[in-house]
Design a protein around this ligand. Structure first.
Ligand code: PEP
Ligand code: MN
Length: 377
């Protein structure tokens, strides 16, 4: 972590000058505004259940053509009515300068930038330019590809336009192939963002990560366990009939149930005894971490000796059979210790990569030495 972005003076959420409601901050509403009736009835139900921020996509970036791509400008007065009738704040996605101007005209309270837009520096700059001199909160979704710098770059462009109320929305990352998620969460990227921009408000979007209703609860819980500040969840009066993202939307009542099932934990220990206990346990962890490094270093010394033998007897560095044995053994021990097999596999792959790197250094060093002797001769 280089922490090089700590100098961005993003306003901590506590200083946002509007009432964001209790923590976690909940943003809810349909994927898309479809009809005035659908927007208003969903909004009234959500508002009646205490939700303070209403979302609805007006311009929808769709993967395939010939699918519903949003109602466009004519949906903006519906959002204005939501604000007038319920007092909720409204938010919608903007993907161009024109969207920004239109949204401002209709008094949208918060703008959000979608994942496909964050990934496009030209569009981000165009939006940032349109936001010059505008004092509106902006939420920036992660780019569709797992690229932390691209996410930070988009945030910086908005920041450079003078916006200080900035939130980041973690909505997962595209992958090709099998996954239970529509978008792989890669939680570490969101945590790395928070480490680089400690003040930023971090919202999780379980709907676009999960892509299906039955996974929403567990994704939302994970976000709470990782100290996210809020959740953006798609809610619709008749989810099965939604014109976009029908599999992942839930009714306002289901949303309430999900929220009431969440276990909220505190980021800081309030109690002094608990704090002392944590300090003691963390000291133990530090000791174990040092031991781990010692053991890894001893292991690496053996790896280097093997590397020398391989060089002397002209063997390849990578030995398929041996690698299979290592993984198999590790998997067995993992089972006994209660670790997940994917964790053990990743861990040993990393160790193995480093071992190969170390042995390659040995081979190259000797090769260079040989080369130098031949040259001399
Ligand atoms: C959305 O929020 O409906 C949306 C299109 O999200 P994303 O940009 O994360 O795909
Ligand atoms: Mn959606």
């Amino acid at each position: 972590m280089n922490g090089k972005n700590n100098n961005l003076d993003i306003l901590p959420m506590k200083q946002w000058d509007m009432d964001l409601g209790e923590r976690p901050i909940i943003i809810a509403g349909p994927c898309s505004a479809e009809t005035e009736e659908q927007v208003l009835s969903t909004a009234h139900l959500l508002s009646g259940r205490g939700i303070k921020i209403f979302r609805a996509g007006i311009w929808k970036p769709r993967t395939r053509p010939n699918t519903f791509s949003g109602v466009g400008e004519r949906g903006l007065p519906w959002l204005r009515r939501v604000k007038q009738e319920t007092g909720m704040m409204t938010t919608t996605e903007v993907a161009s300068a024109r969207h920004v101007y239109e949204a401002l005209k209709y008094g949208i309270d918060i703008l959000w930038i979608g994942a496909r837009t964050t990934a496009n520096p030209f569009l981000m700059q165009e939006i940032a330019d349109a936001l010059q001199g505008v004092d509106l909160p902006v939420m920036i979704k992660n780019p569709i590809n797992p690229d932390l710098d691209l996410w930070i770059g988009a945030i910086e462009r908005i920041y450079n336009a003078g916006i200080r109320r900035i939130a980041a929305i973690h909505r997962g990352f595209s992958t090709y192939g099998q996954s239970i998620y529509r978008n792989e969460p890669n939680w570490q990227i969101a945590l790395d963002l928070k480490a680089q921009l400690p003040n930023i408000m971090l919202i999780n979007d379980p709907s676009h990560i999960a892509g299906r209703r039955d996974l929403l609860q567990s994704v939302a819980q994970k976000a709470m366990d990782l100290s996210f500040d809020g959740l953006m969840i798609e809610a619709h009066i008749t989810p099965e009939q939604a014109w976009s993202d029908a599999h992942q939307q839930i009714t306002p009542d289901q949303l309430m149930e999900l929220l009431s099932n969440l276990q909220l934990r505190k980021a800081q220990a309030q109690d002094r005894l608990l704090e002392e206990e944590l300090v003691k346990l963390r000291a133990q962890i530090d000791v174990f971490d040092s031991l781990l490094m010692e053991i890894l270093s001893d292991r690496m010394n053996v790896v280097r000796r093997i590397g020398e033998l391989k060089k002397r007897y002209n063997m390849t560095i990578f030995q398929e059979k041996r690698w299979q044995q290592i993984i198999l053994r590790a998997q067995q021990v993992a089972g006994e210790k209660g670790f997940s097999s994917s964790f053990v596999e990743k861990l040993f792959k990393l160790i193995h990569q480093e071992s190969i790197g170390q042995q390659t250094l040995i081979m190259n060093k000797e090769r260079k030495a040989e080369h130098a002797t031949k040259e001399k001769a």
